[in-house]
Design a protein around this ligand. Structure first.
Ligand code: BG6
Length: 484
């Protein structure tokens, strides 16, 4: 059956920066269905030709060196444009008529990709429903919804209700682009395609887990959005919680959407509810010093651009093991990493003076940009008696595989076309995840919140972050990855 991807909000940044370059790369690798059509819809007036020309320019820019004019021309011949406002029922009906004409008698698998602002998700879905465009007589109908999916648990539930009034859950694909990253998927492979990690992947051997998503960039041109979001809503509810569930979940019986998502949901259900009285002690808020000078930022803004949170999972595997989540803008370097910090050996016969530091084993899963895994362990320093030092076994994707790491959107777009929802967030998952963030966010908006600590751009967050860990007799793994 033919395929149609309908990008709603087509003139936006996401389309030109991510979606079309991803489709172009898939086309070059010959991974797209041969009978795919891409239809853009937005309010701006474009002819099909003008729209193709605009995308040719942006795709060449974002793809860079690998851009090939003739390959683009082949893809461009299947790109169309339909002007319209997704909030106007008559425009949505006109889109439907255009798609029907394009697809003809044979019908097509249709993916509606909502690349609009979040305020348009609900009307878009409602009008698609009213126009009969969710019915599946002429082929499967799917809707892809970008983040943010709500701003708290209540709004995500309302949005789920609005979506479910039109589409069955099996038709809904909620994007978290972290789930499209190869290294994020490799967490499942590392854990469940090997035998050596599973026996130690629990409270008996793991002392704590750190999940860090540090960014070197500032909020840049997104301050207007960021002022209403902050680091908790922007990074924790979605990306960091996804990394946490993949790290903590039990092995699904099959790599299938429901089996994988059931296990993730079990982790979220087992998370210890946050006690509002504890938030001041179990979380940190920071703001980089120049944030208030950014355009569109309130000069007295209290928005956190850095956050750290300690969470617990109350189940047999993880009881008592803290999971530290941290993220920030304007940090030392860009690095997303998961550190599994193992316990100290029960007894070290070599004596503390022979170790350079009281460091025990750790497994560092480098999500980006230095995609790889390091296992840190003590080694005998040559010719120095029994002195030991922490050394590393180092696996790096780029060294091990000649192929380039594809952009997350490539995998996600393909999966949505094929109807595989394993790497998309289910409705209960999103709501539960908000349920973990909400109580923290609520306290952060009251006077019981932790102090907003300023930090210099280029630091690992505010200095209290280091002290906070030290008080807990732990230490952040503050290492910028080495790019080969
Ligand atoms: C987005 C956030 O979801 O993820 C951004 O809104 C953030 O603030 C981005 O910069 C990070 O994505 P990546 O893939 O660069 O880690």
């Amino acid at each position: 059956m033919a395929h149609t991807i309908v990008v709603v909000g087509a003139s936006g940044d996401l389309t030109s920066r991510k979606l079309v370059p991803a489709l172009y790369s898939l086309h070059r690798k010959d991974r797209l269905p041969s009978d795919l059509r891409i239809v853009g819809m937005s309010r701006s007036p474009f002819t099909h030709e003008a729209w193709r020309a605009k995308l040719a320019e942006s795709t060449a820019r974002f793809v860079g060196e690998g851009f090939d004019e003739s390959a683009w021309e082949r893809l461009a011949s299947s790109i169309y444009y339909q002007q319209g406002d997704i909030t106007r029922p008559e425009d949505v009906a006109a889109l439907g008529a255009f798609l029907d004409r394009l697809e003809g008698e044979g019908g097509a698998t249709r993916v509606y990709y909502l690349a609009t602002g979040p305020q348009f998700y609900e009307p878009a879905v409602r009008h698609l429903g009213a126009a009969g465009m969710a019915h599946q007589e002429n082929g499967p109908r799917r809707v892809v919804i970008e983040k943010p999916f709500g701003t708290d648990r209540a709004s995500s539930r309302r949005l789920n209700e609005a979506v479910h009034a039109v589409f069955a859950e099996s038709q809904v694909f909620r994007i978290d682009h972290y789930l499209g990253k190869e290294t994020v998927n490799n967490i499942l492979v590392l854990r469940f395609a090997n035998t050596i990690f599973e026996p130690v992947w629990n409270r008996n051997y793991v002392e704590h887990v750190q999940i860090t998503a540090a960014e070197e960039v500032t909020v840049e041109h997104r301050a207007a959005f960021y002022e209403t979001a902050d680091v908790l809503r922007d990074m924790f509810q979605n990306h960091l919680m996804q990394l946490l569930t993949l790290t903590a979940m039990e092995a699904p019986s099959r790599f299938e959407a429901e089996a994988v998502r059931d296990e993730k949901v079990k982790v979220l259900r087992a998370m210890r509810p946050t006690d509002p009285e504890e938030v001041a002690a179990s979380t940190l808020r920071g703001q980089y010093r120049s944030y208030r000078d950014e355009p569109n930022v309130d000069p007295a803004s209290r928005t956190a651009t850095f956050g750290a949170v300690r969470l617990y999972i109350d189940n047999w595997r993880w009881q008592g093991v803290p999971f530290y989540l941290r993220s920030g803008k304007a940090m030392s370097c860009r690095t997303t990493q998961i550190v599994i910090q193992f316990r100290q050996p029960p007894h070290v016969m070599f004596g503390p003076e022979l170790q350079t530091a009281r460091e025990s084993n750790r497994l560092v899963i480098q999500i980006q940009p230095a995609e790889g895994i390091q296992l840190h362990f003590q080694t005998k320093v040559p010719d120095q008696g029994m002195r030991t030092r922490l050394t590393a076994l180092d696996f790096n994707f780029q060294r091990a595989f000649a192929d380039e790491m594809p952009e997350a959107y490539q995998r996600l777009l393909l999966d949505a076309m094929h109807g595989d929802a394993s790497l998309f967030a289910r409705s209960d998952e999103v709501e539960l995840s908000w349920g973990i963030i909400d109580p923290i966010q609520t306290v952060w908006e009251t006077s019981r919140r932790p102090e907003l600590e300023l930090y210099e751009a280029g630091a690992w967050g505010p200095p209290v972050s280091t002290q906070w860990m030290r008080r807990q007799e732990r230490q952040w793994f503050d290492a910028c990855p080495i790019l080969h």
